[in-house]
Design a protein around this ligand. Structure first.
Ligand code: PMV
Length: 319
């Protein structure tokens, strides 16, 4: 049987960086994200007794090596739950550039877990699907849900905190480069954990800034949420920069965007920047400020384009 699912990417407002020292891919710190309506992945999964091995294609290209292995691990987990052994054909399409810090792994693994379990005739709870996605990529656990989502350290699954329309918030996704990143998020966080003298400080600060962001979100306080978001990003990247060798995801163009957002704020526009493990900046603004902020940012050297996104819906099965 064949099933398809759509999931949207997410951007962490309070970041996850670092893993608990135990099996199962559990984050070391709590995180809070907003699902991005504009960044969508559709994944089709079909199990077929005639196949001799899993066949995985991402954006029309046959996947091999680590990216295929990660998909196969999810399929293995689903097969174990279903008590089946047949191989699968997986076909995943991102409606945005992959591997450029736009968290295609989050939407990809969320859609894979959701479509995969349906293709095996399972009817798992959303929590169970989130748990399976988390084991492949912790941020993927959050992409099963729409709106604002949290993932706590040691928790099996992410949890929805507020629906997409909870806040007047627009995310400007600033594409500064479509090139694949040099250091994956897993490599980057493990190196930070092993070598950065700031990692311990990050662990404490991350929990505090998460609590601040969560409070601001629940109070619908855009300015306080934006300030906590930007601070969380700077804390995370500071800890990564202090690793040996340094883990640096920001390029010249990324810094120019962050500096421009700072200037806009000084001029009275409520805008805040954040970046995950890649060079693209996401800028949080209110809807009334989105068009002119996007216009200013599009003129910055090194900016290729700006995608305007609202908070997105939960992942779902499609025909
Ligand atoms: O889920 P992973 O293993 O790809 O790591 C995600 C790490 C960040 O995107 C930088 C932060 C986050 O909370 O999404």
């Amino acid at each position: 049987m064949m099933s398809a699912a759509v999931a949207h990417s997410n951007i962490a407002l309070a970041k996850y960086w670092g893993k608990l020292p135990r099996e199962g891919n559990f984050p070391a710190v709590p995180s809070l994200s907003v699902t991005l309506g504009a960044l969508k992945t559709i994944t089709r999964v079909g199990f077929d007794a005639r196949l001799t091995e899993d066949r995985v294609s991402i954006d029309g290209k046959v996947a091999s090596g680590r990216s295929r292995d990660r998909v196969v691990r999810v399929l293995d987990e689903l097969r174990a739950i279903a008590g089946r052994s047949c191989r699968a054909e997986v076909d995943s399409h991102n409606e945005f550039p992959t591997g450029a810090g736009l968290a295609s792994s989050a939407s990809g693994f969320a859609a894979l877990a959701l479509a995969g379990q349906a293709a095996l005739g399972l009817d798992l709870t959303r929590e169970e699907v989130s748990r399976i996605a988390r084991r492949a990529s912790a941020s993927a656990a959050r992409s099963l849900f729409g709106g604002y989502v949290e993932l706590l350290p040691g928790a099996e699954a992410a949890r929805a905190l507020a629906p997409p329309n909870w806040l007047d918030l627009v995310v400007l996704i600033v594409i500064t480069s479509s090139a694949p990143k040099a250091t994956s998020s897993t490599q980057g966080m493990l190196l930070t954990q092993a070598t950065s003298p700031y990692y311990r400080a990050w662990l404490d600060a991350a929990s505090e800034v998460f609590a601040e962001a969560r409070r601001a979100l629940m109070a619908r306080d855009f300015a306080a949420l934006g300030a906590a978001t930007e601070h969380s990003m700077l804390l995370m990247h500071a800890s990564a920069l202090a690793a040996r060798p340094a883990v640096c995801y920001l390029t010249d163009a990324s810094w120019r965007v962050v500096a421009c957002v700072d200037r806009l704020r000084a001029a009275g526009v409520l805008a805040f920047s954040t970046l995950d493990a890649g060079p693209n900046v996401k800028v949080l603004v209110r809807s009334e400020d989105a068009p002119r902020t996007a216009e200013v940012i599009e003129r910055i050297g090194g900016v290729e384009r700006v995608i305007v996104s609202q908070a997105g819906p939960e992942a779902c099965l499609v025909d």
